[in-house]
Design a protein around this ligand. Structure first.
Ligand code: CA
Ligand code: CA
Length: 300
């Protein structure tokens, strides 16, 4: 099985980067990923010295492994990525940073908390342990236009911080350039919806995926499916813009799949759609998702 080492690291989703491997649709790949500070924060006292420095204008944060060139992928296709497994490393960290997150005004000093992880448990202290909920923070394909720094998100993905991107989920991504160019990294041992303090349990990991290709089917934003849910995504500087994007995406899917009117789709969404905040980076850029039950059509 193809394995991509975590030293194949990049900080932007860009069509200018050389592929690190060529992959056939249907192939299974293991990607080693780095934590959000690329392994520089091993002890709490590293918190300041490990802070990300800019490189070519991009902050070196949320590293992605890649890009993978998917043979046969052309602009206008959709790439599918099945998340088969996420194997977490043995420790991660959490941060409290001055002015970042909803408690940012209470932070006197930027602080790191090193968290050992084993046997499916994150051990915050002798008294506090919680079961892990592994998820992928950064996933996306190269945009045809300007690159997307891995600190941010765009139409082809990036720092989505969507807790539903986990084992068993199928991620659908737009293909805008030949080969799609897939990037993946910034795994979290766990992250609550909203990423309230600005960082998740940031960890290295190994992610096993299977890629697939849907020819001639164009999507405009990343989309997810789990066993039970279909999930659209939205992002923007403004919460309502992001929410409207995710809602419209879902409405269009329902209209197309079930021959509904916009009015009917809106009523159905109001009845069964769950709008959730994924993350709000520094209170500036927000990413959201809209979850709707997968409809099993009954009878003839
Ligand atoms: Ca992230
Ligand atoms: Ca992260």
């Amino acid at each position: 099985m193809l394995r991509i080492s975590r030293d194949k690291v990049c900080y932007e989703l860009s069509s200018h980067l050389e592929p690190v491997a060529f992959v056939e649709p249907g192939e299974t790949v293991v990607l080693e990923t780095n934590d959000s500070r690329t392994g520089r924060l091993k002890r709490a006292e590293d918190v300041l010295t490990s802070a990300p420095q800019p490189k070519n204008g991009n902050p070196m944060v949320n590293p992605a492994t890649g890009p993978l060139f998917i043979r046969g992928a052309e602009p206008g296709d959709t790439l599918t990525v099945d998340i088969l497994d996420i194997k977490l490393g043995s420790q991660g960290y959490l941060l409290a940073k001055k002015g970042v997150g909803l408690l940012g005004d209470t932070v006197q000093e930027t602080t790191a908390w090193i968290i050992p992880v084993s046997e499916g448990e994150a051990r915050f202290s002798n008294r506090i342990s919680l079961p892990v909920r592994p998820m992928i923070g950064v996933i996306g394909t190269a945009p045809a236009g300007a690159s997307i720094p891995t600190m941010y998100v765009g139409d082809t993905g990036g720092n989505m911080d969507n807790a539903r991107i986990t084992i068993g989920t199928r991620v659908f991504l737009p293909v805008q350039v030949p080969g799609a160019l897939l990037f993946l990294g910034d795994v979290h041992g766990m992250m609550g919806d909203g990423e309230l303090n600005g960082t998740a349990l940031e960890m290295p990991a190994e992610v096993r995926i299977q890629v697939g290709l849907i020819k001639g089917q164009r999507i405009s934003l990343p989309y997810l499916e789990t066993a039970d849910l279909m999930i659209t995504t939205g992002y923007g500087d403004d919460f309502f813009d992001a929410a409207r994007q995710a809602v419209r995406e879902m409405a269009v899917r329902l209209i197309d799949a079930h021959s509904l009117t916009w009015e009917e789709a809106g009523m159905l969404l109001s009845a069964a759609g769950d709008l959730r905040i994924c993350q709000s980076y520094g209170g500036q850029e927000v990413t959201v998702r809209l979850e709707f039950p997968r409809i099993r059509t009954t009878g003839e």
